[in-house]
Design a protein around this ligand. Structure first.
Ligand code: CMP
Length: 141
């Protein structure tokens, strides 16, 4: 499995990418497959290698993800089940880490852990901004 220095792997050297690849496993989903179901228990963290996925969040919004984007970290971090559903928009190839391998994976690759925090921070801002808009719309403060 060959990892490219994009998205969560951006800026990593070939040697580091090879090291990361040894701790991940390639998985494939056909177009239209449900990759993650909201509420289900989480068993893996994934980084897209080829293709596109669509995240359907609890507020009914969807977000497109492509090569280098990751998903599936939340249920592994808080053990509260999948926060959103994820579908394969095209045939999808991803690199995956299992639930039990996730913490050691982050400890071994702090650059990846930092990227993950950047994404979570950005998502929290988006969620808070949209909460503000929804609250205004419904008259709540
Ligand atoms: P997890 O909750 O394990 O499974 C569903 C995944 O969808 C979740 O982890 C995130 O990786 C991803 N996800 C959830 N909410 C959003 C969002 N607002 N934008 C992009 N991805 C999201």
């Amino acid at each position: 499995m060959e990892l490219r220095p994009v998205g969560i792997f951006q800026g990593m050297s070939d040697a580091d990418l090879k090291k990361v690849a040894r701790t991940m496993r390639e998985i494939r989903h056909p177009k239209g497959a449900e990759v993650m179901a909201r509420g289900a228990q989480g068993v893996g963290f994934m980084v897209i290698l080829e293709g596109e996925a669509e995240v359907k969040t609890v507020d009914g919004r969807s977000r497109k993800l492509g090569p280098g984007d990751h998903f599936g970290e939340m249920a592994l971090l808080d053990a509260e089940g999948r926060s959103a559903s994820v579908m394969a928009r095209t045939d999808l190839v991803a690199a995956a880490v299992t639930e039990w391998g996730f913490k050691p994976f982050l400890m071994e690759h702090p650059t990846i852990a930092y990227r993950l925090l950047e994404t979570l921070s950005r998502r929290l801002r988006e969620a808070e901004a949209s909460h503000g808009t929804n609250a205004k719309r419904s008259g709540r403060s």
